[in-house]
Design a protein around this ligand. Structure first.
Ligand SMILES: [Zn+2]
Length: 362
């Protein structure tokens, strides 16, 4: 019997046969679970918490307050799973619920029910532990789902920090703070390319950021143009962006819109939008439905100073006569230190309305 405050296991670590773990497009469990487990262990030990850190090979009996087994899920077809929790006893439920509440503040994808597979409910590690609080298998997400993997991969150490916070709270020892939203540090300008971790390309679920030459039925219906006339495809710091001129719109100061005019996607009254909001409009293709675009997050970068904002999509426009690709909120333009008709870059952001990331990020 070994005693400690906590047991943290990196699932599948070290196995060359048998349950070697899931592999996904951006990495596998054997690579990812030790990163999460190591970071959590490091932070907890620095705070004076006694942690046993194990790989896939457990033996004997661990006498701890909480045991966690770090995993990522795989599923077929991909993206049919998400985050989940496994445990073998109803006394674990309180801790499971607390983890779910904490992680839900950040995790933007779905949750599967607790113990939704027999691997979760009958995890082999349970028989090696004796816990006073709980033993949990934590599946942090589905790494075979590209969208989830893109969210998870840059956050592996951050997940370790979140886990350390959770465990510290659970055992009331170490007093480790919640790391807060990933990448939103107190000094946003310390890393010049901080925005790169939010970058999510020019295409999502088959929808694209409009750029020059792309046919767009919505543009045709609204303005009688078959193809998008503006927006150049460029590369900036190894990432592809759509580049073009921008201006600001909506809010109290916008004299060009009627008092009761609303945003086509969100229905918000444009002139009543708060001064400090971050939103945008582009000439989207609505053909496959507007739901995809509503409050979708975009990353907008000013290549002159590397400042970047995350904005939400609320409306369609501007008119092509402006020769601009995008309208932004006054605050977004100000945060980017840009002015009307400056050339900016845009792409999808990997955040969404539940990520609690909006505004200046770099
Ligand atoms: Zn696993």
């Amino acid at each position: 019997m070994v005693q400690a405050d906590l047991l943290i296991q990196a699932g599948h670590e070290g196995r060359t046969s048998g349950a070697t773990g899931a592999d996904g497009p951006l990495g596998g469990e054997q690579e990812w679970t030790p990163i999460v487990a190591d970071e959590a262990t490091r932070i907890l030990r620095e705070a004076g918490v006694k942690v046993i850190r194990e790989d896939a090979f457990l033996g004997g009996k661990y006498d701890v307050k909480v045991a966690v087994f770090v995993h990522f899920d795989a599923s077929s077809p991909s993206c049919s799973s998400g985050a989940s929790i496994g445990y073998d006893d109803s006394t674990d439920q309180d801790a499971a619920k607390a983890w779910k509440e904490l992680y839900s503040q950040y995790w933007p994808f779905k949750w599967m029910p607790d113990n939704f597979t027999s691997n979760l409910k009958n995890y082999y590690g349970f028989k090696y532990t004796r816990t006073s609080d709980a033993e949990l298998v934590l599946e942090f997400g589905e790494l075979t789902c590209l969208e989830q993997a893109e969210w998870l991969k840059p956050r592996l150490k951050w997940l370790g920090a979140l886990l350390a916070h959770f465990l510290s709270q659970r055992i009331n020892k170490g007093n480790i703070a919640d790391p807060g939203p990933f990448g939103v540090g107190s000094e946003p300008h310390s890393d010049p390319s901080n925005w790169s971790q939010f970058y999510a390309g020019l295409q999502q679920e088959g929808y694209i950021i409009p750029y020059q030459g792309v046919e767009n039925p919505t543009l045709r219906r609204k303005l009688g143009k078959i193809k998008e006339p503006f927006g150049e495809l460029v590369e900036f710091k190894d990432q592809k962006f759509v580049q073009g001129k921008v201006a600001w719109f909506a809010g109290k100061k916008d004299q060009l819109i009627a008092d009761d005019e609303t945003a086509t996607l969100t229905g918000e009254v444009l002139r009543l939008l708060p001064n400090d909001d971050y939103y945008c409009a582009m000439r989207w293709n609505y053909q496959a439905g507007m739901q995809f675009w509503k409050n979708r997050h975009l990353l907008v970068v000013n290549p002159q100073n590397d400042r970047a904002v995350v904005v939400r999509v609320i409306d369609w426009g501007p008119n092509t006569e402006t020769e601009r690709i995008m309208d932004l909120s006054p605050q977004a333009l100000e945060s980017l230190e840009a002015k009307t008709d400056d050339v900016l870059l845009c792409a999808f952001s990997n955040t969404n309305p539940t990520s609690q990331v909006l505004g200046l990020i770099s």
